[in-house]
Design a binder for this molecule. Structure first.
Ligand SMILES: Cc1cc2nc3c(=O)[nH]c(=O)nc-3n(C[C@H](O)[C@H](O)[C@H](O)COP(=O)(O)OP(=O)(O)OC[C@H]3O[C@@H](n4cnc5c(N)ncnc54)[C@H](O)[C@@H]3O)c2cc1C
Length: 383
């Protein structure tokens, strides 16, 4: 089988990631079909080789030492559709571009993902962290996910409940060695009104477009907002090398939130008339703004540490200026974590997947901190 698989040796991974960082893949297969991807899995299983899946590389931090074993890059394309009443079910291959899909859906007058415009990466990776922005989350439009279960060597169809979606999480993120996502079935609404659940977006749309905006107008405003925050990639953006938000927004108890607010006042970084931004989530806890915590911990946008830094546009985005290495980025991320922890007793959790590290490089210290990840869908600070 090795003869038929297009396996390459020692492939630099930095150019396959939005951070432009990381060492080599020991072996790499670019899978242009689901069949090829499954064959590559079998190939690795027979040789007891570790496997790492890569989509567009926009949510990964890869170690300077690279990744041992086989890296499978998901490149399969294709889309089919089926209409049922007001709903259109779209079945999309894992290697399709997410942002292209959003553009296509908006052009077709299909609602449900217009606020997720401008998120880089592939359709197959979208369920992994249940992508979300500007008042929409992928989970609300997922009908099912077709995946290859590496524990049973069979293809499975997981409905939305089985995907275990939560805030920036899913069963795919929780069990990274189990599923290879092959296709995603989305349920989009025909002739739907755009979602304007996110206050900043609703305000901007009202100002720029007025009443009764179209899906296309909302998509455009989302792209403009993202552009202003440096949260677009490549030609669309300013060319920052990043993973978007580097940390998730912490979900804490109300008592913890109060303690954070008091700590901010005690440190003189919250004026008497100011309140700390927070959003209630379903289980009675609150979501805090990680970007706010970083800035109020004294780390300014634009801060530079060697060849890495904090984006001048958004405190939540760590960027690579070019010519740097992953080690420096991790050092900066830990510096941010410790500064926030010292001031607010909150440990920020990294959002991207850490690949090729012998142990999680940004895990909290043993003593623990008041942070966590919830499942609410409250309006969050959007990128
Ligand atoms: C500028 C910028 C802005 C961003 N804005 C947002 C945002 O607003 N909201 C948001 O949620 N995210 C955002 N992101 C993060 C990122 O774009 C998303 O998480 C995206 O879904 C990652 O897709 P990818 O194909 O690049 O995945 P990759 O980075 O290649 O992989 C991410 C993870 O998914 C796994 N994976 C990939 N494909 C598969 C598959 N087929 N089967 C199983 N596992 C797989 C990988 O192993 C890895 O663990 C942003 C990133 C950037 C650079």
């Amino acid at each position: 089988m090795a003869d038929t698989l297009p396996i390459k040796r020692r492939v630099p991974l930095s150019r396959l990631t939005s951070l432009r960082l990381g060492g080599d893949a020991e072996y790499l297969v670019s899978a242009s079909s689901a069949k090829l991807a499954v064959e590559a899995l079998d190939f690795a299983a027979k040789r007891q080789m570790p496997v790492t899946i890569l989509g567009g590389g926009s949510n990964v931090v890869i170690a300077d030492e690279g990744i041992a074993g086989l890296v499978i890059v998901m490149r399969q394309r294709g889309r089919s559709e089926r209409q049922t009443g007001a709903q259109l079910f779209v079945n999309v291959a894992a290697g399709e571009s997410w942002d292209e899909l959003v553009r296509w859906s908006v052009q077709r007058g299909l609602g449900g993902i217009e606020c997720l415009a401008g998120i880089p990466g592939t359709v197959g990776a979208a369920p992994v962290q249940n992508i979300g922005a500007y008042g929409q989350e992928l989970s609300s439009v997922v009908d099912s996910v077709i995946a290859y279960d590496r524990s049973t060597h069979t293809s499975v169809k997981l409905d939305a409940a089985a995907c275990g979606f939560a805030y920036r999480s899913s069963c795919f993120k929780a069990q990274p060695d189990r599923y290879l996502i092959l296709r995603v079935n989305l349920m989009l609404q025909r002739d739907a009104a755009p979602t304007l659940a996110y206050a900043e977006l609703a305000r901007e749309v009202a100002e720029r477009v007025g009443a009764a905006p179209t899906l296309a107008q909302v998509r455009r405003v989302v792209l403009e907002l993202r552009g202003n925050k440096g949260m677009l990639l490549g030609d669309q953006g300013q060319g920052f090398k990043s993973v978007g938000s580097f940390f998730t927004n912490p979900v804490v108890t109300r008592a913890n939130a109060l303690a954070v607010e008091q700590a901010a006042r005690a440190a003189g970084v919250l004026a008497p008339q100011e309140t700390m931004p927070r959003w209630p989530v379903a289980d009675g806890r609150c979501k805090l703004s990680a970007g706010w915590l970083i800035e109020r911990a004294g780390l300014a946008r634009g801060l530079t540490q060697g060849r890495v830094g904090i984006s001048p546009k958004h405190a939540l985005s760590l960027i690579h200026h070019g010519g740097g290495d992953t080690r420096s980025l991790i050092q900066l991320a830990r510096h941010v974590q410790y500064r926030v922890a010292r001031r607010f007793d909150i440990w920020l959790e990294a959002e991207p997947c850490m690949l090729g590290f012998p142990s999680p490089p940004l895990a909290p210290p043993a003593e623990g901190y008041a942070s966590g990840v919830g499942s609410g869908s409250a309006s969050l600070p959007s990128p």
